[in-house]
Design a protein. Sequence first.
Length: 109
Amino acid sequence: MPETTPTPKPGYFRFMGSTYPNNRKAFVLLAGFIQLGVIWPLYAFFSDAEPFILGLPLSFAWLTLMLILAFAGMVYLYVTDNARLDREYNERVKQQHLAETRNETGASA
């Protein structure tokens, strides 16, 4: 009988046997795009010195845009990952508190 892997919770995806939240998947895709954007396949389209964008040559403006995208992606990952961890922590604390309350109620009865 073939072994089945459990379906991940909604908002999560599986990769190589581990489960990750979707915000990390979005960040990995953005990081992959940035990597391709600064090497030959994609950078070749933006390697000209002209036109100027905000006073910067096109090639330098493209690299600056990739840097800004990387920063924005890291901020997004930080904010969403912390929110998820806070929710999970608060849920765990609530469950522990309920268990302690049940134990105290059961012990006093």
